[in-house]
Design a protein around this ligand. Structure first.
Ligand code: FE2
Ligand code: FE2
Length: 245
């Protein structure tokens, strides 16, 4: 993980957003731990810079999930069975992807535990991340609220960020998220990209090898030209179900 390059890429991509208050939002981000925080305590990218890497991964996953409407990539179609169910401005794609987890700023702290050093056989104190939420306001809604303190969101962006956890959102009663997705399909696109990033692209301390090489800052997120990914990501398979037959 190239943390410096990730910060540069984030700032370059965000600078494409033309919206009042962006400078104040970026000021919040730079003063916070957004660039250094992990993405989780143990599930994915539980390492320094993990949250930023995850945010960029969601942008890449989302842009490759959607279909560019024009060559400039200023708008994207969310296509279902050949029909667009949503047309999404690139600015919304950037904002929703890069800021959906801004709720994780001021959220983690470092603790210490004893662990055996496999090489020396000695027990040592090693750091690990735990949650110490300084603004306990939930998850998706909290991200939307933090952004809206500095910069307006379109209705579609707010819904997408608010409900980006999809059906796993702890406040979902089984109906409301379905209703929200029908109104704003972008919610499902962001949720899918979020799942793609955390489940397919990310390991504990870095992206999985197939996704290790970041696209150029101006890239729409294509990995197709990267020979390392030409065969797709390599996952460890479980034995086939008929292995014992
Ligand atoms: Fe999230
Ligand atoms: Fe996320």
């Amino acid at each position: 993980m190239d943390k410096k390059a990730n910060i540069a890429r984030f700032e370059t991509v965000m600078s494409a957003v033309q919206r009042p208050g962006l400078d104040k939002l970026l000021d919040y981000i730079r003063k916070s731990d957004f660039y250094t925080a992990p993405a989780s305590t143990k599930y994915h990218l539980c390492c320094e810079g993990g949250l930023l890497q995850h945010s960029l991964n969601v942008l890449d996953a989302l842009r490759t999930l959607l279909i560019a409407k024009d060559e400039e990539g200023s708008e994207w179609f969310y296509i279902v069975a050949g029909h667009p169910v949503a047309t999404i401005p690139d600015e919304s794609v950037i904002i929703a992807a890069l800021l959906h987890d801004i709720c994780k700023t001021y959220f983690y702290t470092t603790s210490w535990r004893n662990a055996k050093n496999e090489k020396t056989g000695k027990w040592e104190k090693v750091p690990f991340y735990t949650v110490d939420d300084k603004m306990p306001l939930g998850h998706g809604p909290k991200s939307a609220m933090i952004i809206k303190q500095y910069m307006e969101l379109t209705t579609e962006e707010m819904y997408a960020i608010w409900w980006h956890m999809g059906f796993t959102d702890s406040t979902n009663d089984g109906l409301i998220i379905g209703q929200a997705i029908k109104k704003f399909p972008f919610i499902l696109a962001l949720n899918t990209a979020d799942m793609m990033a955390s489940h397919f692209m990310e390991g504990d301390t870095d992206n999985l090898p197939a996704f290790a090489q970041a696209p150029a800052p101006e890239s729409a997120g294509e990995y197709a030209d990267n020979p390392a990914t030409s065969d797709g990501p390599q996952f460890e398979d479980a034995p086939p179900l008929d292995a014992g037959a």
